[in-house]
Write a protein that binds this ligand. Structure first.
Ligand code: GDP
Ligand code: MG
Length: 187
C-alpha cells in the first residue's frame, strides 16, 4: 500500500478556455463533487495573489493495473479574462482540457486562441481534450452542434467530450479518458 506521498506518476493537467465556460465547476465537480451556480466573486483577489492561488488541487488516481498517479490540475484564477496566463501555467503539463460552452459560439470560436496558447507555451506532446460544457442546456439553448465539436477534435487529433458540471454528466468520464490516454503514451 502506498502512502499519500508515494506515487508512480505525477500528471499535471491544465484547464483552459474562455472565462465563464465552466472550468472551475468542472474541477470542483471532479474533485469534491460540488457545483456553484454563481461565479466566484473573489476572482480579483485570486488574481492578485495568483502565486499561491493556482496549482493547489490534487487527486490521487489508481489505475486498474495498480500504478498510482497523482494528478495536479491547474485552474486559472480568472487570468483568462485578461488573457494573462503565463508560461508557468503550462510548464510540465501533460494534458489539457480545452473547454468551451455549447451555448456560447464565441467560446467555441476562441478555441483557436487557446490552441495557439498551447502551441506557444505547452509541450508539443501534450494530450488535448476538447470539452463542450453545459450539456444540461442542450435542449433549450445549444448553439454549437455536437458534430461541430467532434469534427474539430477529429481534424486536430484531440479527444472530445460533452459534459455538464451542473448535473455531472461525463465529468469523471472526461478526466478518466484523458488520464488513460496520457498513461498510454508515457515512455
Ligand atoms: P470558468 O470561468 O470557466 O471557471 O467558469 P465557472 O466554473 O466559474 O462557471 C461560470 C458560470 O457557468 C457559473 O455561473 C456556473 O454556475 C455556470 N456553469 C458551469 N458549468 C455549468 C454547466 O455544466 N451547466 C450550467 N447550466 N451552468 C454551468
Ligand atoms: Mg474559473
Amino acid at each position: 500500500m502506498l502512502t499519500d506521498d508515494e506515487y508512480d506518476y505525477l500528471f499535471k493537467l491544465v484547464l483552459i478556455g474562455d472565462s465563464g465556460v465552466g472550468k472551475s465547476n468542472i474541477l470542483s465537480r471532479f474533485t469534491t463533487n460540488e457545483f456553484n451556480l454563481e461565479s466566484k466573486s473573489t476572482i480579483g483577489v485570486e488574481f492578485a495573489t495568483k502565486n499561491v492561488s493556482i496549482g493547489n488541487m490534487f487527486t490521487v488516481w489508481l489505475f486498474p493495473d495498480g500504478n498510482t498517479v497523482k494528478c495536479q490540475i491547474w485552474d486559472t484564477s480568472g487570468q483568462e479574462r485578461y488573457r494573462a496566463i503565463t508560461g508557468a501555467y503550462y510548464r510540465g503539463a501533460v494534458g489539457a482540457l480545452l473547454v468551451y460552452d455549447i451555448t456560447r459560439p464565441t467560446s467555441f470560436q476562441n478555441v483557436s486562441h487557446w490552441l495557439k496558447e498551447l502551441r506557444d507555451h505547452a509541450d508539443e506532446k501534450i494530450v488535448i481534450m476538447l470539452v463542450g460544457n453545459k450539456l444540461d442546456l442542450s435542449e433549450t439553448s445549444r448553439a454549437v452542434p455536437t458534430e461541430e465539436g467532434g469534427a474539430l477534435a477529429e481534424t486536430q487529433g484531440f479527444l472530445f467530450m460533452e459534459t455538464s458540471a451542473l448535473d455531472a454528466t461525463n465529468v469523471d468520464n472526461a478526466f478518466a479518458t484523458i488520464f488513460d490516454e496520457i498513461y498510454k503514451i508515457i515512455p
